[in-house]
Write a protein that binds this ligand. Structure first.
Ligand code: ADP
Length: 314
């Protein structure tokens, strides 16, 4: 059994700027995966590489078992791609006519088009409006038709770039339910979506990745990441003078990581195992003087805040 998506050190540079840096991930078939990150984090670039629209600078990836460079045609046949704010539908054609047109464009065999279009209209509860002109559709109906179009050739993997962006709450919930219950649970397809929305990430996704400045900063089940974050806390210490050897702090029980820069030291602690006193002992023991000490922010939230500029608070 192949995995749905597998990348190794996938990297994209535009000139000197790195948009995606050494992303390595595995997403099994039948998973709803959410990629989280601020504007400019590299989400679209990653999706464009995985759907063959953009060639990687370095690294490689397989989608549905096919190499994105060597077997680009097979990759394209394996994926559906949905961008939000799609403007390519024809306003004066009906919903059904639009789907017929794009099905022909995507080489869906002629004799299958009618049944497939009917099936998708039904799946997305658009049958009642199938013969109304697209320009009369509401935003929610347009977005549903947009997702339906990506499924015309029945691909096993669906990519969606911010599928609920700009939607009212009810429409967003309808689209989420369709993805989770119909596309993933019932049809066992794999969904890879990008989101800005912490609520969406926690409630909808089986696993999430957090992309910041092109790098995958966290990857896992939302519950596990939150649990890790609860147990791990960053502290900031400001000293009067730099320590001669800040690495000595790594020997303190409960300290998992140390980042020292001049007189400022950040430590990551495991809350279940850490006592401040043993930290003081080591700092005073090596001649340090503490000016300030305090919690930084807990791990995941700090990570997400870094990765996102306009998130809702969990
Ligand atoms: P996101 O989808 O997370 O908003 P993008 O993948 O669109 O992020 O962009 C990642 C980075 O790459 C940004 O810094 C962006 O400015 C840069 N970038 C994207 N496309 C191009 C391009 N065609 N040429 C140069 N830089 C680009």
């Amino acid at each position: 059994m192949t995995t749905a998506i597998e990348t190794r050190n996938l990297t994209k540079r535009y000139g000197n700027a790195t948009a995606v840096q050494d992303v390595t991930l595995v997403i099994p078939h039948g998973e709803l995966f959410g990629l989280f990150g601020a504007n400019g984090a590299g989400k679209s670039t990653l999706i464009r590489m995985l759907t063959t629209l953009l060639a990687p600078t370095h690294g490689d990836a397989r989608v549905n078992g096919f190499d994105i460079v060597q077997a680009a045609d097979a990759v394209r046949a394996s994926v559906g791609l949905v961008f939000s704010n799609e403007h390519s539908f024809y306003g004066r054609l009906t919903g059904r006519e639009n789907l017929n047109f794009f099905a022909a464009l995507q080489n869906v065999p002629r004799q299958l088009i009618r049944a497939r279009v009917d099936e998708l209209l039904e799946m997305f509860t658009l049958t009642r409006y199938a013969d109304a002109m697209f320009q009369t559709y509401s935003t929610g109906m347009r977005q549903k038709l947009n997702v339906a179009r990506a499924l015309l050739h029945d691909p096993p993997i669906l990519f969606l770039d911010e599928p609920t962006k700009g939607m009212d709450l009810q429409t967003a919930d309808t689209v989420r339910a369709l993805l989770k219950e119909e596309i993933v649970a019932r049809q066992h397809k794999t969904v890879f979506l990008t989101t800005h929305d912490l609520y969406e990430m926690e409630t909808l996704c089986d696993r999430i990745g957090v992309l910041a400045h092109g790098e995958m900063r966290a990857f896992g089940r939302p519950r596990d990441l939150l649990e890790q974050a609860r147990r791990r806390t960053w502290y900031e210490i400001e000293l009067a003078q730099p320590l001669a050897d800040a690495a000595i702090l790594e020997t303190v029980r409960g300290i998992r990581a140390v980042r020292a820069r001049d007189t400022r030291i950040e430590i990551e602690i495991d809350a279940d195992d850490f006592s401040e006193k043993s930290l003081w002992d080591v700092i005073y023991g090596s001649g340090g003087q503490i000016r300030k000490f305090g919690p930084h922010a807990d791990g995941l939230r700090a990570l997400l805040r870094d990765a996102a500029d306009d998130t809702r608070v969990v």
